[in-house]
Design a protein around this ligand. Structure first.
Ligand code: ATP
Ligand code: MG
Length: 658
């Protein structure tokens, strides 16, 4: 594929506020310079901030495309997240502040979490889980999810967290792919006032999961356990969590379970990608390298201080939950908010109520949420005192500049830097991001690589592009890179390291991006979604951003549809902000707005107004299905959709309009 054309010009720039910079962990370019001077030495220094059982002497062993980090060192991830804190002044510090959707609250100190993780590690022993075994976790966003993950790490088992909103079929496929031995689930999970019957879903999956020997069931639902009508407990196979925990004692009658000594390259977890683009891949992460990058990025990207109250709204079922709810923040001894439910339950102000209630200082969410907040209107955050917030983050999709500005104004009150963090399940940790005390931000740009990370833009021939559009690549290994795809190393090589023949050193991210004169990166969308209009290759993000730039628009998705003359014409799907109604006049206005903002080439041929867009369960717009609709094809695989009803109704509307 050729280079990407660049259409959007965004001139706004926000230097770190002086008041923020003054107290920031990084207030100048020293860390970036250190990383550039010697990336291996930089990462080795970051790794030494962890607690090792046996210190490593080797930093990087690299036989492209495979890399190993700190390979002769040994450590345990749960020790880094717990033991080293309870030995010091953080023992009674809040580790998790949990709020359930019905409003129940629980705070776990580091000591509480340490004790429970040890106990659950003893439970895993009793269930026969051994180092290297796989354990599936299918839980809501409750403290037991964190406990289960860390207990797996303690005994050296590889966890495979499956998002609690996934169907029985998705759970089954993931369990079977990596042959999990134990499943940890809950009777139910609260979502918009309903109880989702997780255990019942799990039972459907388990009918076809011969590798599962034991199931542990957390009682989440209020009421007596053993409500057989709701939760069936199969004798011998299924066990209530609270009963096992009550009995969990070591040989001395205590709760302590010694941590397993793990090699840095032993696997910590497998996590299946969300599947925006196709069959889920079991992404495999190591212990030492992964933890190094998760901890270092959490500390420096979020400027984490001892007194912060940190809230990442992701689900533990996604990599963001792994790296930035569990491993990164806990390795740093942070206080983390954990919320179970929906942002609009019982009202559209729930997130802001939580921020005020716990005095959240660092807030990390996704563009899909920000666009929903825009759609609902600024009156919801305006009801709350958000003055403790000092830093905002975004991850998951490109953030349209106007959504960035909305976030900046209505949540950050112009005071909080925004870190737009680009990374992937495969990268394990944030790769491109501002350092909030050091990097001037530009709305819509993830800015520059994290220290020690080497990125580049290449054309399809492998020529580097200094300024302009191209394919995003990572050009040197980084500690938290995926080690392989579970059970399919060839797919690992083919997917990530075969884009440029003869260059197995180059990691192909699958995203298009541009680089501006300041060396800033702007992610323009997935390469598979790129539009091709009259010979111009255009990233989806720029056209969508031009639409969102119009005051009536909250969210937009664009796709290319076959066109006789142009190759492709642009079809746009648009969601309006509260207080705006669809009309023919507005449609014309939006088409002109795009043409004016980024050029006539990008003028959409079709615009369809829609109350919602098809999203993956992780909240990302799924353009592949919109393409099917625009081209009048049968819909492709819809199993990873959050709400299949949305595409069905869009398809009807689209066909009615033609
Ligand atoms: P699959 O790989 O299974 O299709 P996925 O790519 O959605 O699923 P993730 O690993 O969760 O799974 O997402 C990574 C992708 O999300 C990136 O490749 C990029 O397209 C997008 N992304 C993440 N953060 C950003 C960001 N800050 N700006 C732009 N895009 C982002
Ligand atoms: Mg991906």
């Amino acid at each position: 594929m050729s280079d990407l054309d660049v259409l959007l010009r965004e001139e706004r720039s926000f230097p770190p506020p002086e008041s923020f910079r003054r107290d920031a962990l990084v207030g100048d370019d020293a860390l970036h310079r250190e990383g550039a001077a010697d990336p291996d030495a930089f990462w080795a220094r970051m790794a030494r901030e962890l607690t090792w059982i046996k210190p490593f002497t080797r930093t990087l062993d690299w036989t492209p495309p495979h890399a190993q980090w700190f390979a002769d060192g040994t450590l345990n991830a749960s020790v880094n997240c717990l033991d080293r804190h309870v030995e010091g002044p953080r023992r009674n510090k809040a580790a998790l502040i949990f709020e359930g959707e019905p409003g129940d609250q629980r705070t776990l100190t580091y000591w509480d979490l340490y004790r429970k993780v040890n106990q659950f590690a003893l439970v895993l022993d009793r269930l026969g889980v051994k180092k290297g075994d796989r354990v599936a976790i299918y839980l809501p966003m409750i403290p037991e999810a964190v406990i289960a993950m860390l207990a797996c790490a303690r005994v050296g088992a590889i966890h495979s967290v499956v998002f609690g909103g996934f169907s029985p079929e998705s759970l089954r496929d993931r369990i079977n792919d990596s042959q999990c031995k134990v499943l940890i689930t809950a009777d139910g999970s609260y979502r918009r006032g309903q109880v989702i019957p997780l255990k019942r879903n799990a039972d459907k999956a388990l009918a076809e999961c011969p590798s599962i020997e034991h199931v542990v069931v957390v009682q989440r639902r209020a009421g007596a356990p053993g409500d057989a009508a709701f939760t069936e407990i199969k004798e011998g196979r299924d066990h209530w969590w609270h009963r096992l925990m009550r009995e969990a004692r070591n040989a001395d009658g205590g709760f302590y379970r010694a941590p397993e000594e793990m090699s840095a390259e032993d696997l910590l977890f497998v996590l299946y990608t969300s599947g925006t683009t196709g069959k889920p891949k079991g992404i495999v992460h190591s212990t030492g390298g992964y933890l190094t990058a998760a901890a270092a990025t959490t500390k420096y990207v979020f400027d984490l201080k001892e007194e912060d109250v940190y809230w990442c709204t992701a689900d533990i079922g996604w990599v963001t939950g792994h790296s930035y709810i569990v491993y990164g923040p806990l390795a740093n001894g942070a206080t983390c908010v954990l919320y179970e439910g929906a942002p609009d339950w019982p009202e559209k102000d729930r997130f802001w109520a939580i921020c005020e209630r716990y005095g959240v200082t660092i807030f990390y969410t996704a563009p899909t949420a920000i666009r929903a907040f825009m759609k609902w209107g600024p009156e919801f955050p305006a009801r709350y005192d958000l003055s403790r917030l000092r830093l905002l983050g975004s991850v998951g999709e490109p953030i349209n500049p106007e959504a960035w500005m909305w976030y900046h104004e209505h949540i950050g009150h112009g005071r909080c830097p925004i870190v737009d963090t680009w990374w992937q399940t495969e990268t394990g940790a944030i790769m491109i991001t501002p350092l909030p005390g050091a990097t001037a931000t530009k709305p819509g740009s993830a800015t520059v690589p994290f220290p020690g990370v080497s990125a580049a833009l290449l054309d399809s021939a492998g020529q580097e592009i200094e300024v302009g559009g191209g394919l995003l690549a990572l050009t040197r290994p980084w500690p938290s890179m995926l080690r392989t795809i579970w059970g399919d190393d060839q797919r690992f090589v083919d997917t990530y390291f075969s884009k440029w023949p003869g260059r197995p050193d180059l990691y192909f991210a699958g995203d298009g991006a541009k680089r501006d004169e300041d060396g800033y990166y702007w992610i323009l969308g997935r390469v598979d979604d790129v539009l091709n209009v009259a010979g111009h290759r255009i990233g989806t993000m720029e056209v969508e951003s031009a639409l969102v730039d119009h005051p009536a628009v909250a969210e937009a998705a664009v796709v290319g549809k076959a066109h006789e003359l142009k190759g492709q014409a642009i079809a746009a799907f648009v969601t309006l902000r509260a207080g705006h109604a669809p009309s023919g006049a507005l449609r014309d206005e939006l088409r002109d707005h795009v043409a004016e903002k980024i050029g006539p080439i990008a003028r959409p041929d079709d615009i369809l107004f829609s109350a919602d867009l098809p999203k993956t369960r992780s909240g990302k717009i799924m353009r592949r299905l919109l393409r099917d609709i625009a081209e009048g094809r049968a819909l492709g695989d819809t199993t990873t959709l959050a709400d299949p009803g949305v595409v069905a109704s869009l398809k009807d509307q689209y066909e009615a309009q033609e």
